[in-house]
Ligand binder design. Structure first.
Ligand code: ZN
Ligand code: ZN
Length: 331
């Protein structure tokens, strides 16, 4: 089969033929219907992910249809599924509590395990979440790393109905969906974006849009309870400044890990702020986001769909600051 493989650290991405994978005990083989590109891929290609095995099939976001099941698996061929970003063991105390994101022996797809930029992929049954017929493939593929992840972040922030959520990077793949998830959970939503052109698109999903990098003064015209920061060091300080007392920052993205950020502890202390670092979703969160997607409360926003052969063009689109939404792969 064809796959996009990282041969070694810092060696880029190569689309090549690889042997067809076979499911072992506790695993299934899926035919990949859609995968999704993510900023994380670019960080992985730069070597920021120390647990990566080489060679590794890149890609950690997927929806597909089960073709074959290994021994001891409670799924059947023909079922449509998504995968968590990692494989939990299913047995430790965190897994038993339904907090498998904290599983000590979890392994990441596109890290210790092969990922999903391929025609077929082997997935551990412990990672699988069934997709109901109401959710489209485009909506489902965005659950593990985008909508389910944001859903979990807002749950961890104890978002209450009627609170106001501000989203930075609001036209991006995460941001444009974060607005929708927060709104579906009962919040008023404000999008921050960098250009008037993108503000037009963001308006469709937000109650208010702020354009520019210095957004806190304008944001503070109302009480901001939660910031979902999808950008990182360029926006972090403005995110903190935007918050009303008791506010929470859900820090989801960081476009440039080489940059440090200065944290004024006075802001944290005097404003009763909570900083939540946040990265993934559990099955429970994935199911929650899938339900909102199936109910039509989250509409997937797709910037473009590329084939495996065209994956480099996909990354060009991912890096294009004018694009709105998420870039998908259809193998
Ligand atoms: Zn991702
Ligand atoms: Zn576990």
């Amino acid at each position: 089969m064809k796959a996009a493989v990282v041969p070694g650290k810092g060696q880029g991405l190569k689309v090549q033929e690889v042997p067809d994978p076979k499911p072992g005990k506790g695993e299934v083989l899926i035919k990949v219907t859609r995968a999704a590109l993510c900023y994380r891929d670019l960080l992985q290609l730069q070597g920021y992910y120390p647990r990566m095995k080489y060679p590794v099939v890149l890609g950690h976001e997927v929806v597909g249809v089960i073709q074959e099941v290994g021994e001891g698996v409670n799924f059947s061929p023909g079922e449509r599924v998504i995968s968590l970003l990692y494989a939990p063991d299913g047995t430790c105390k965190y897994c038993r509590m339904g907090e498998e994101a904290y599983c000590r022996s979890r392994q990441g797809y596109s890290e210790e395990l092969d990922g999903f930029f391929a025609e077929y992929a082997v997935v551990k049954a412990q990672s699988l979440v069934k997709v109901s017929s109401g959710a489209s493939d485009e909506g489902a593929v965005m659950v593990p790393c985008v909508t389910g992840m944001v859903y979990r972040g807002l749950r961890r922030a104890n978002l209450r109905e009627g609170e106001t959520v501000l989203v930075t990077g609001a036209s991006g793949g995460v941001g444009i969906h974060a607005l929708q998830v927060a709104r579906a959970m009962g919040a008023r939503v404000i999008g921050v974006t960098s250009s008037e052109e993108k503000a037009e698109a963001v308006k469709r999903y937000a109650d208010r849009v702020i354009v520019g990098t210095k957004f806190s003064e304008e944001a503070k015209r109302e009480e901001i309870n939660v910031v979902v920061d999808t950008v990182g060091t360029p926006t972090f300080e403005e995110s903190l400044r935007s918050l009303w007392l008791g506010g929470r920052v859900v820090q989801i993205g960081n476009v440039d890990p080489s940059q440090l950020t200065q944290l004024r502890l006075g802001y944290m202390i005097l404003k009763d702020l909570v900083l939540i670092g946040h990265a993934s979703s559990t099955k429970k969160d994935a199911e929650g986001a899938l339900r909102l997607t199936a109910e039509g409360k989250i509409t997937p926003v797709v910037a473009g769909t590329v084939t495996l052969e065209d994956i480099e063009r996909g990354y060009e689109l991912l890096k294009d600051k004018r694009k709105i939404g998420k870039v998908l792969v259809k193998p």
